[in-house]
Design a protein around this ligand. Structure first.
Ligand code: UD1
Length: 425
């Protein structure tokens, strides 16, 4: 297992090119199952989760062609013309919860699917009940047995109305994909509005789907008989963008983030601006630095899009650890998403958790320590803390990081970070 070793204290300066969003790429890849014709995806990030999803699709019988573009992301073509297996096995699904996104496309196109339940997860129980209820509403018969969800719709799915009791990104994506091949009209109310959901919708439209209301909380889908070949470029990663913006701020440096879409990060940039970051648009992206007044404590509450994203909560906590004053950080999307708190505390942060809120009292200095990454975004919060800390930090279990950040050491080192990957002793 690898670990990352960082000597902190260097202001980061330079530029970082932001890649395609993991959370858009994964559902887009599963959309290929909806058609017998190839789907080509450009700007795919090179990440462990993308490889896991490719493996899952290949074992269903999808042929995958991969073209590397040096450092600039990948293009992959997925041809689901020869799918011969509608079972998604536990061994692959347990590695990545997004695997459950094959359920909707498989049952919609083949009338059957058997997908392992994803199981527990470090950031809460994360059930899939909404995915199941929604597919039942579209006429699928669902059985839960032996740790698997079996969905059957031998005569095809039938469009209906489904009201999400609360916002779910994954369930919106699964049902939107399934509805594309259902007979008649489906209306999804209180749907997730995350940019990655819209990116998927635009790709489905390019494949011939009929979807109205993209970007809103009501999606109306007219089912079609089949979908066709298409080509789509994955939207940029707003979580990677926010993470590197905070890397510039926490080290007192200045980074130009290239290839970003600031409109996808309005709530985040508003909060970071209040905290003392200077954010300036450039011809190729956005330049981020810290105001001369330094970091100020600002309260943050995670919310579904367009609110502040839960996937940046751990990182903002690292940032607020060094701010002047206090910040109340409230997590409303996931239970148990404060696993980074004890690790940040080992580095000298002053954080008190009460239920879903964490009170962060800014300290003058963090100090290097041995810490352990517990999940993907927690890992990046430890990287941020380590970049600013005095001395050496060793972060163990960084495989989490490889699931969601492409070449992170390389990108940070190019801006002056002293960071290296080593084998865990
Ligand atoms: C996606 C993102 C993840 C992000 C999250 C929220 C991907 C691959 N992952 O995850 O990075 O943190 O959105 O923005 O895109 N829930 C249920 N029942 C369900 C479905 C969800 O109770 O059937 C709950 C979850 O446990 C969670 C909340 O709803 O508490 C939101 O989850 P959801 O939006 O579905 O997240 P994911 O799609 O898993």
């Amino acid at each position: 297992m690898d670990q990352i070793v960082i000597q902190g204290g260097n202001p980061l300066t330079g530029e970082i090119r932001i890649g395609g969003a993991k959370n858009a790429a994964l559902p887009l890849m599963t959309a290929s199952l909806l058609s017998g014709e190839p789907l080509t995806l450009k700007n795919l990030p090179r990440l462990a989760d993308i490889s896991t999803m490719s493996k899952l699709l290949e074992q269903h019988g999808v042929s995958v062609l991969r073209i590397e573009h040096g450092k600039g992301g990948m293009t992959m073509t997925f041809d689901a013309g020869g799918v011969d297996n509608t079972v998604a096995p536990y061994d692959l699904v347990r590695r990545m919860r997004a695997s459950v996104l094959v359920l909707g496309p498989l049952v919609a196109r083949f009338g059957e699917a058997k997908v392992s339940l994803p199981g527990g997860c470090a950031i809460g129980t994360r059930p899939v009940d909404l995915h199941i209820q929604g597919l039942e509403k579209l006429g699928a018969e669902i059985d839960l047995d032996g740790g698997y969800i079996t969905a059957r719709a031998p005569n095809g799915l039938v469009g209906d109305q489904f009201v999400f009791p609360f916002v779910s990104v994954g369930a919106t994506e699964n049902l939107m994909m399934a509805a594309c091949l259902a007979k008649g009209e489906t209306v999804l109310t209180n749907a997730a509005r995350e940019p990655e959901v819209s990116d998927l919708a635009h790709c489905l439209v390019a494949m011939g789907a009929k979807i109205d209301g993209i970007g809103s909380d009501t999606l109306t889908i007219q089912g079609v008989g089949s979908l066709k070949a298409a080509e789509h470029s994955v939207v940029c990663d707003r979580i990677e963008t926010g993470t590197y913006a905070m890397a510039a701020a926490i080290t007192g440096g200045e980074i130009e983030l290239k290839g970003v879409r600031t409109d996808l990060l309005e709530a985040t940039f508003k909060m970071l601006g209040d905290a003392g970051l200077q954010i300036e648009n450039t011809t190729e992206g956005t330049k981020v630095s810290l105001d001369s007044g330094g970091l100020k404590g600002v309260d943050v509450m995670t919310e579904p899009f367009p609110g502040f994203p839960t996937d940046l909560q751990a990182q903002v906590m690292a940032l607020m650890s060094l701010a002047e004053g206090t910040a109340m950080i409230t997590e409303t999307i996931f239970e148990n998403r404060f696993m980074h708190v004890p690790e940040l505390s080992r580095m000298g942060a002053n954080i008190n958790v009460q239920g879903a809120s964490a009170m962060v009292r800014g300290v003058e200095q963090l100090t290097g320590a041995e810490v352990m990454a517990t999940d993907l975004r927690a890992s990046s919060s430890l990287i941020l803390a380590a970049l600013a800390a005095k001395g050496e930090t060793v972060i163990r279990r960084v495989y989490h990081l490889d699931r969601g950040y492409e070449r992170i050491e390389e990108k940070l080192a190019a801006c002056g970070a002293v960071i290296e990957r080593a084998e865990e002793k």
